[in-house]
Design a protein around this ligand. Structure first.
Ligand code: PLP
Ligand code: COI
Length: 340
């Protein structure tokens, strides 16, 4: 398969339209067979549920070229599971999990020329999503939906790649207790846009959101979970019912324990203790692991010992091991890597 003539190494995390995408429609209580199509545009009624009441959700996962030239993706079953849970919470129909994985494979196969080569630093980002399509004017769920998956080749989510970033403690809340923070609803991201634009305008890369009820505990950022490392090398991640259960974070906790022999802990993390950690990183499909060098809390700075030039040593080991598994350099002990 001849690859597209793209400068893979310079790709930002952005959208490049590829040739093929997957579409399936839900009507009269069932999903149709689904097709791969060339059409990147969607025509909707002006009163579609998604346009009026934001009935939309999404997922994100990546396809890679391994060292030995295979095309693979990482734990797509967990994306299928999470979208299933998200759909239930948003009163949307659930897309069957086996069909989700099959559609992921079809999209990657149909766009194989866009899967970046091994070692390029780029990946193919897949975006499964679903939205209400029929007219809805009273506040109620739609009864017709579309499920789609498109893909786009991407580079690093944060501009510097593996360089530590600076984040601020946000005065805005991301998700309410008993709200929708634990699912991947579009609305969670719509309401974070003002906060991220504000953070960027102030010179920060991202926001650290605290728990809205007490504003004493660390939640997550707009698009990634937190990992911390204690001075004695324990990996700690915040436990909260209002953060997204990141597949990357869950995988990294297993990598830390089972590959690196580190102690791991998922528990409430109070903001007051953040200054005592040795390392801090953001983890997610887009972010992979992005090291945090500095946290600004209303002018008061917390600087992590590794500084602003490189990742801390344990963050680096986690990063190297996870990407090693994904790229086929390290044994995939748990069958996480799925060949296309
Ligand atoms: N938290 C939020 C709010 C996200 O949007 C994402 C991205 O999907 C993550 C965490 C990371 O999750 P995952 O590792 O499954 O991509
Ligand atoms: C992902 O990591 O896949 C996400 O959906 C995060 C998004 C903010 C880009």
């Amino acid at each position: 398969m001849e690859k597209k003539d793209i400068d893979w190494g310079s790709l930002p995390f952005g959208y490049i339209q590829t040739e093929k995408r997957y579409v399936s429609n839900y009507k009269d209580g069932k999903w149709d067979d689904g097709v791969i199509t060339d059409d990147a545009n969607i025509v909707l009624n002006e009163c579609a549920g998604v346009l009026q009441y934001a009935q939309t959700c999404f997922e994100g996962l990546k396809a890679y070229t391994t060292q030995d030239g295979r095309t693979v993706c990482f734990r797509p079953d967990l994306n299928a599971d999470r979208m299933f849970d998200t759909a239930a919470r948003l009163e949307m129909p659930q897309f069957p999990k086996d069909r989700f994985i099959d559609a992921v494979k079809k999209v990657v196969k149909a766009n194989e020329a866009y899967v970046p080569p091994y070692g390029s630093g780029a990946t193919l980002y897949l975006r499964p999503y679903m939205f209400g399509t029929n007219p809805v004017i009273g506040v109620k769920p739609a009864n017709e939906y579309q499920f789609r998956i498109f893909c786009t080749p991407v580079g690093p989510y944060f501009k510097g790649g593996a360089k530590p970033i600076t984040i601020k403690v946000s005065d805005f809340d991301r998700a309410a207790p008993h709200g929708t923070g634990h699912i991947k609803a579009g609305l969670n991201y719509a309401m974070s846009l003002h906060a991220i634009v504000t953070a960027h305008a102030e010179g920060f890369d991202e926001n650290m959101y605290l728990d809205p009820a007490t504003r004493t505990k660390v939640e997550e950022t707009g698009g990634a979970n937190f990992l911390f490392v204690t001075k004695d090398g324990k990996v700690v991640t915040p436990k909260s019912s209002s953060i997204l259960p990141s597949i990357t974070r869950r995988s990294l906790m297993i990598v830390a324990k089972e590959y690196l022999g580190l102690e791991v802990e998922e528990r409430e993390v109070f903001f007051d203790e953040v200054k005592d950690f040795a390392e801090c990183g953001l983890c997610g499909t887009a972010a992979v692991i992005s090291p945090v060098g500095k946290i600004n809390d209303h002018g008061k700075e917390i600087c992590f010992p590794a500084g602003m030039e490189e990742m801390g040593p344990i963050t680096k080991k986690l990063y190297d091991t996870l990407t090693g598994i994904q790229m086929g350099r390290i044994e995939d002990k748990f069958g996480w890597v799925v060949e296309i």
